[in-house]
Design a protein around this ligand. Sequence first.
Ligand SMILES: NC(=O)c1ccc[n+]([C@@H]2O[C@H](COP(=O)([O-])OP(=O)(O)OC[C@H]3O[C@@H](n4cnc5c(N)ncnc54)[C@H](O)[C@@H]3O)[C@@H](O)[C@H]2O)c1
Length: 277
Amino acid sequence: MSDSQAAIPKTIVITGAARGIGLATTRILAARGHRIVMSDIDGELAVSEASAIGSGASGFALDVTDREAFREHLASVEADVGPIDVLVNNAGIASASPNILAQDPEITERTIDINLKGVMNGTIEALKLMEPRRRGRIVNVASLAGLMGVPGLAAYAASKFGVVGFTESVRMEFDDSGIGFTVVMPGPVSTGMMDGTSSSPLVSMLSPEEMAMGIAEAIESGKERVALPRSSWFLARLTSILPAGFGIKVGRWTKIDRIYTDVDGSAREAYERRIRR
Ligand SMILES: NC(=O)c1ccc[n+]([C@@H]2O[C@H](COP(=O)([O-])OP(=O)(O)OC[C@H]3O[C@@H](n4cnc5c(N)ncnc54)[C@H](O)[C@@H]3O)[C@@H](O)[C@H]2O)c1
């Protein structure tokens, strides 16, 4: 199926679809007539959100860090629902800490396991299914923290730089394969991930629906990169090409450097507990 055939319903697997950006993306795509498989480590929530959405959505338990489970999950979707047209590797976590030494080593490792290795697991297993039929799209959700450093989120930024590098590389490896790749780079989005964080006058917070609309449109149009909001993307690009000291000064001046280092612990507690399961 080519991307220009937006009107034809696609079978779309979305990881981390029980909440936040994944859930908002599911709602938009299901309303547009696509068949959405919602896969989340919180399987019960995925099932209940899918039944609230109604026809077109189904919920399943999946831990993206388990490569074999991911492979089996995609195989059973192909058997029960049909060939997968799109995989959205969206599941991710972000633990805030004053610096990398202050972060619990277990959560540092878990961040890389979910955000980077989970995306690689899904991409590789989906490619094995899509390559022989020469069609499909893989959408990997990175972050603007995949383009610029973010104090308080060093492991997270490492994982997201990894997702950007991995996706851009497989895009080149599979050029002319009929398979498309989209890398998504959101700025701050008002989901549980942002609970208790500080704000910066220069960074606007998107709603999950605004971000999800960007992802849904990219799936239907075949867009290769989605970075929102544009002003934050521009700032991220600028700090990556100018001397490092410039980024540090801009961070201090705009208070961007305090978003994840100056957090309200009690407002953030429930999120930090949830991602440690
Ligand atoms: N919210 C933001 O500000 C922001 C900014 C940039 C990028 N992102 C990225 O967007 C994606 C979605 O984040 P969100 O803000 O919607 O977060 P969220 O916490 O609202 O939703 C993430 C979902 O992923 C699921 N999940 C966690 N670990 C999993 C695992 N091992 N296997 C399967 N599912 C798992 C969670 O249960 C949850 O339902 C993430 O990759 C995140 O890094 C978010």
